[in-house]
Design a protein around this ligand. Sequence first.
Ligand code: CTP
Ligand code: MG
Length: 250
Amino acid sequence: MSDESRPSPAQTAVAAVIPAAGRGVRLGPGAPKALRALNGTPMLIHAVRALAASRHVSLVIVVAPADGAAEVKSLLDAHALPERTDFLVVPGGDTRQESVKLGLDALPPEYGVVLVHDAARPLVPVDTVDAVVEAVRAGAPAVVPALPLADTVKEVEPAAEAGEPEPVVATPERARLRAVQTPQGFDRTTLIRAHETVTDNVTDDASMVEQLGLTVVAVPGHEEAFKVTRPLDLVLAEAVLARRRLNDGF
Ligand code: CTP
Ligand code: MG
């Protein structure tokens, strides 16, 4: 199908690519991060369910650790998703960027809107997912959920060795800064072009779209969409799940 004959983002189906191929080095030794349990269920399953909870999302493409695609496939077979949601599993690459690209390579042509969501953000609320989809459908080529910062941020001259004092270079005005989360949402053609064009190493997908000179917009993120990165984040994630369970009981 040519780009011209594809349905517009306003009408088309939505797929989610979930990069889950990282090792989780900062979490410490153990299984790949996405396969570690939160309250007994693998983080990846929480993340897949969080995206599948959106009535917009009809396909989830999970990018598994390169040697773990079969294991991830059987995990997904064992944990029911809503009937409207299909899934695919593909093996990932050495960087997040490569893993997302490998996920996009598996994207069927009928999906005109793509969400990219870290498996490491297992608790994103469905309202955040829906807000991102709606902003893409309304015409934005790229959308990021974002939150204001609590801390003041300094730019430094990084020290050659960890722990050495680092000269501060600048202090950007905090009110103009945002911490960016996932899912990030894209018009399909834009995201594929970004991944084909931009070769710099980046830490999120929207910055590739920025490098194409296109406008990226931020919508409100959510504190529960935090990224599980360090051991303390596992404690926080399990506390959020416990609070949800309690609230669901009333
Ligand atoms: N990711 C991926 N492929 C990679 C590296 C990362 O799919 N080669 C995914 C991770 O699985 C995660 C997301 O990208 O869901 C965000 O990355 P990050 O939080 O940095 O996870 P890890 O790379 O696993 O963690 P670390 O950097 O501590 O090793
Ligand atoms: Mg990483």
